[in-house]
Design a protein around this ligand. Structure first.
Ligand SMILES: *[C@@H]1O[C@H](CO)[C@@H](O)[C@H](O)[C@H]1NC(C)=O
Ligand SMILES: *[C@@H]1O[C@H](CO)[C@@H](O)[C@H](O)[C@H]1NC(C)=O
Ligand SMILES: *[C@@H]1O[C@H](CO)[C@@H](O)[C@H](O)[C@H]1NC(C)=O
Ligand SMILES: *[C@@H]1O[C@H](CO)[C@@H](O)[C@H](O)[C@H]1NC(C)=O
Ligand SMILES: *[C@@H]1O[C@H](CO)[C@@H](O)[C@H](O)[C@H]1NC(C)=O
Ligand SMILES: *[C@@H]1O[C@H](CO)[C@@H](O)[C@H](O)[C@H]1NC(C)=O
Ligand SMILES: *[C@@H]1O[C@H](CO)[C@@H](O)[C@H](O)[C@H]1NC(C)=O
Length: 758
């Protein structure tokens, strides 16, 4: 997974097979095996505590690099970044041998090879209960700055107009260009920077924060886009587009680039700049190879952010529904799963026998004829030998003459089937797939996706008649039951820790309409002539900015709350999602669906400071060496820190107990402290729900508060009998007062044999 590749999170599920086919092409020549002594990769080198003088620090970095027996000039050339603002580290090109030598140096805390990570609205805000008319603290909202690490931004988009906004808040230290092809910032986009130092500039890209992909424009407008009436994708999903906090400000840190992806060293630089510039919330829809808490740039960057009081909100990943796939699972991050809203997009397929079937996806084309001849890929193969690949309608396997003017029935083999069919003069494509049918793909030609049972029915129809025919109608918006969790949304258990529930929360991430770039066609496929200022995308990439927007909304009511308090408010106020539709339960959706207005008034919060996170890491087996890149020093040892309390050493708003396989039963004591942020004088009573085979007790069962900010502690004892491997059951603790209910899921999980972290 460490190889350079680029793929937007929204397309990932649908393009997965394409990646398999094209992946090889995306390995850029500079990044061959690190085993080769002469090949130089970029490495990130973490050093000890930061001296105050930035220039001095840069000099130290150069001398340290020169000590590898290379000239100062060469050292300067090899240096990609000197990080001196939020951390003390540098990124430089090294051979693997040189990297090893660096690691042995006294001053060096850790050396990690630079890897590449991937990118992982309108109605959605009404759906989660944040209508246009919701109560707002407009003055405070205008002071909230959201830093977005993504593919760049489109300053010309209507979503980023700054009507009614004054100059940036006084605390803002960021900047904005001038950059090539970038019209500049205003009072909505108050900062823009780009980070790319690996020496490559992919075709079509330009060294500027301009967004040529659309992903960053989409996520930024979802968090904080201004109101844009009558926004739609060619009339589909029409309505007023807006972000969660339309008056908040956006700062874009472009760290992802076409083809090459998002490099660790650029991500780290993005975090550092965002922290230094003074953002309040960071939204990052990027994920990558699952790494441990101290070697992952998002983990390290977000840890430095949380120490400065900045909450990082990140996408859980698009590798579901397989279990144990959740990424960005650090306790200081808010990890977001993707859920569906009550709207989807379907196309009717009318067959020549008068039957009508329903397909998924967005096809904006009105058919010109009443019907077209229908043929399966196999029947349009060039030769007998081509039949296998022709089932998938791969271009080289098809006979152009047999495609022209016809609707093709193809199995899903990769993205862009309709592009092939169109280029051969075909009239449309019916794509048969059983994966990811809960989100709508946009097609660049008449096309729709059906599941295999419908696909088989169409195959049978083709066989049943001499001249089969079909037509694919233009897509219509359809109402569906919701919320549910997207099939592609990455699932727990947390591969980084058996004692921490991840993801934290679910937010809308299916078929989300938001701003886009006109620099790229809607599909990016060859021959696509569709361009739109708004488009519909799906992915945990889209869910993340929804949750970041809710965090900003909460922040606008409580500017002084800690990241942990904001996260707690969002998790404990979430709307439950039914376990009946999601067998993965909390491993799919964490606390449930975001509930913005209730999150602004949670009653109680589970608060934490940096020390809590270090206590947690100590409990996870981290030591002075492995903690060093996070804390910026080798001198923080777990023995010098008061151990955290209870089973997970963490004051987290959720609870996870992983059973020990050889035992008849497992018992654990969880210690928690809540802070009163509701009415000064209030009494909360505990309600507990224990699933079968599990005993849960809470002590005390009642908590009385006499003043604001008062803290009260309690313990939760969970005793669970052995369950079959892989099983997850859900318990619940709710603290209720007349005005608030503070909900904490309690998950009991029996590890499956395939959980390699156990
Ligand atoms: C330093 O580099 C020089 C010339 O490149 C070489 O002759 C010498 O052996 C190197 N010394 C060490 C300690 O690697
Ligand atoms: C940048 O601007 C130039 C000149 O207008 C244009 O030719 C080029 O395509 C632009 N590049 C990008 C990536 O937008
Ligand atoms: C709304 O948008 C649609 C499609 O873009 C357009 O045809 C229509 O004229 C617009 N209506 C208004 C009132 O602007
Ligand atoms: C969307 O467009 C349709 C057709 O033009 C119109 O009837 C409907 O009111 C629009 N919906 C919204 C929310 O603007
Ligand atoms: C295929 O889709 C149809 C219509 O949406 C549905 O009734 C059927 O259960 C689906 N079949 C499978 C195997 O998912
Ligand atoms: C359609 O007919 C072909 C051969 O004529 C056969 O291989 C295929 O299994 C049939 N498909 C269905 C769904 O009946
Ligand atoms: C710290 O932990 C790492 C990884 O678990 C281990 O390799 C190393 O030996 C430990 N160091 C000390 C000083 O215990």
């Amino acid at each position: 997974m460490g190889r350079p590749k680029y793929s937007c999170h929204h397309h990932l599920p649908l393009l997965l097979p394409v990646i398999l086919f094209l992946g090889v092409l995306w390995i850029s020549p500079g990044y061959a095996s690190a085993a080769d002594e002469h090949v130089k990769d970029f490495y990130i080198i973490y050093l000890g505590d930061r001296p105050d003088n930035g220039d001095e620090t840069i000099k130290t970095h150069i001398s340290l690099l020169s000590s590898l027996n290379i000239s100062r000039e060469e050292a300067q050339e090899r240096m990609a970044y000197s990080y001196t603002k939020a951390l003390n580290a540098f990124a430089a090109k090294l051979s693997s041998h040189e990297a090893k030598k660096m690691m042995e140096m006294e001053e060096v805390l850790g050396v990690f090879r630079n890897q590449y990570r991937q990118l992982h609205t309108t109605k959605s805000w009404d759906f989660v209960g944040l209508p246009l008319t919701a109560k707002r603290h407009l003055k405070a909202e205008r002071d909230v700055i959201i830093g977005v690490l993504d593919t760049g931004i489109t300053p010309d988009s209507e979503s980023f107009q700054d009507h009614g906004l004054g100059p940036p808040p006084a605390k803002w230290k960021g900047s904005c260009g001038p950059f090539k092809n970038f019209t500049g910032c205003n009072n909505k986009i108050i900062g823009a920077k780009y980070f790319k130092r690996d020496g490559t500039v992919p075709v079509g890209e330009i060294l500027s924060p301009i967004d040529i992909d659309g992903h960053g424009t989409h996520t930024s407008s979802t968090v904080a886009g201004a109101l844009v009436p009558n926004a739609s994708l060619y009339g589909i999903a029409n309505g007023t587009a807006r972000g969660a906090v339309p008056s908040a400000r956006v700062a874009m840190y472009k760290v992802c680039w076409a083809k090459s992806g998002c490099a660790d060293m650029d991500i780290l630089a993005g975090f550092e700049a965002a922290i230094h510039d003074g953002v309040d919330i960071i939204s990052i829809s990027i994920g990558g190879p699952i790494a441990d808490y101290s070697s992952d740039s998002i983990s390290v960057g977000s840890f430095h952010a949380v120490r400065k009081g900045i909450l990082t909100v990140a996408s859980a990943g698009n590798d579901g529904p397989s279990s144990g796939t959740v990424t960005n699972h650090e306790p200081w991050i808010m990890t977001v799963a993707a859920s569906g809203i009550d709207r989807t997009f379907k196309s009717q397929i009318d067959l020549g026998n008068g039957k009508s079937l329903s397909g998924m996806g967005i096809s904006m084309f009105d058919p010109k004829a009443k019907s077209y001849p229908l043929v399966s890929g196999v029947d349009a193969a060039k030769s007998k030998d081509d039949k296998f690949l022709a089932r998938y309608c791969f271009s080289d396997s098809l006979d152009r003459k047999k495609v022209k003017g016809r609707v093709m029935l193809c199995r899903m083999g990769g993205g862009g089937v309709e592009s092939t069919v169109k280029s051969y003069g075909g009239a449309g494509a019916i794509v048969v797939s059983d994966q990811y049918l809960d989100n709508a793909q946009i097609f660049m030609a008449p096309a729709t996706t059906v599941n295999s049972s419908i696909g088989d029915a169409i195959y049978r129809y083709i066989n049943s008649t001499r001249s089969p025919s079909a037509v694919i109608q233009k897509t219509r918006q359809v109402t569906v039951p919701a919320p549910f969790v997207a099939s592609f949304s990455s699932r727990g258990p947390n591969p980084g820790s058996t004692r921490l529930l991840k993801p934290d929360i679910a937010a809308p991430g299916i078929d989300i309409l938001a701003a886009f770039t006109l620099k790229r066609s809607l599909t990016g496929l060859d021959g696509d002539t569709q361009f739109s200022k708004f488009t519909i995308l799906s992915g945990t990439s889209m869910a993340c900015p929804h949750a970041a927007g809710v965090a900003a909304y909460v922040k606008s009511f409580h500017p002084d709350w800690s990241p942990a308090a904001i996260k707690s408010a969002i998790i404990t106020s979430a709307r439950p999602i039914s376990t009946r539709v999601n067998k993965d339960a909390e491993f799919a959706y964490g606390g449930g669906q975001v509930n913005p207005r209730r999150a602004a008034s949670p009653g109680l919060v589970y608060d934490m400071d940096d020390i809590s996170y270090i206590q947690f890491l100590c409990g996870e087996g981290y030591n002075a060496t492995t903690l060093a890149p996070l804390v910026g020093s080798k001198s923080v040892s777990c023995s010098s820190i008061v151990p955290g309390l209870g089973h997970d050493s963490l004051n987290y708003p959720t609870i996870q107990l992983t059973l020990r396989s050889a035992k008849a039963s497992t018992m654990a004591v969880f210690r928690r402290t809540v802070t009163n942020v509701g009415p000064p004088s209030s009494v909360y009573k505990a309600t507990v729900r224990a699933p079968e085979g599990v005993e849960i007790t809470v002590e005390p069962m009642s908590l009385s508060f006499a003043k604001a900010s008062q803290k009260r502690s309690f313990k939760v004892v969970v005793k669970a009998k052995q369950m079959s491997p892989g099983k997850i059951v859900s318990g619940l603790l709710v603290w209720r007062s007349p005005r608030h209910s503070v909900r904490s899921p309690i998950v009991i999980y029996s590890p499956s044999f395939s959980d390699n972290n156990l």
